[in-house]
Write a protein that binds this ligand. Structure first.
Ligand code: ADP
Length: 184
């Protein structure tokens, strides 16, 4: 199948519970249907292997992002569409990855903190509020929103499907994917 794909790192950044993994999974389904070659690098899973042992200090968070960026670069230059979902709270660390990878699309998965906290998918906000978890992004640690992301999804206002389509549309517009009509 001619997918018309080019390698690219699609980097989802945002607060915990904003919807990064959910939207990345919805995109994964769409890419699979198109016969694309892709890989998912999910921050939570990466922290159990590639970056196991790293904590949540600024230094460790930066190292976590650097390692994810390294792997993503290798895959991207071999033509893979890499979906990275990681809070990646520090702008400078994200920009460092952007500078390394020629084909890089930053997707800001945005929802107000109170919405993310209300969702509390993993029960982490509750623990952060009681102090059981320290250095929790949005509560006791900073989140630096992207200034100029290629895509900005507002998950308090859009459905998962709308956000996924918005990202796919931008990948088509930037020439990383052929339009659906062209591959049909
Ligand atoms: P993150 O990966 O950013 O930590 P998750 O994707 O794990 O976030 O969790 C987001 C939660 O919010 C999921 O339970 C998802 O079903 C829910 N959710 C509700 N509305 C939306 C939306 N419009 N977009 C994305 N996620 C949503």
């Amino acid at each position: 199948m001619a997918t018309g794909q080019r390698g690219v790192t699609v980097w989802f950044t945002g607060l915990s519970g904003s919807g990064k993994s959910t939207i990345a999974r919805a995109i994964e389904t769409k890419l699979r249907k198109r016969g694309c070659q892709f890989e998912m690098l999910d921050g939570d899973i990466i922290r159990t292997n590639l970056t196991k042992g790293l904590g949540f200090s600024k230094e460790d968070r930066d190292e976590n992002i650097r390692r994810i960026g390294f792997v993503s670069h290798l895959l991207t230059r071999n033509g893979v569409i890499v979906l990275v979902s990681a809070i990646s709270p520090y702008r400078a660390a994200r920009d460092e990855v952007r500078d390394r990878i020629d084909d890089f699309v930053e997707v800001f998965i945005d929802a107000p903190l109170d919405v993310c906290e209300e969702r509390d998918v993993k029960g982490l906000y509750k623990k952060a509020r009681t102090g059981e978890i320290k250095q929790f992004t949005g509560i006791s640690d900073p989140y630096e929103a992207p200034l100029n992301p290629e895509v900005h999804c507002r998950t308090d206002l859009q459905t998962v499907e709308e956000s996924a389509d918005q990202v796919i549309g931008q990948l088509e517009a930037l020439g990383y994917l052929a339009t659906a009509a062209a591959v049909a």
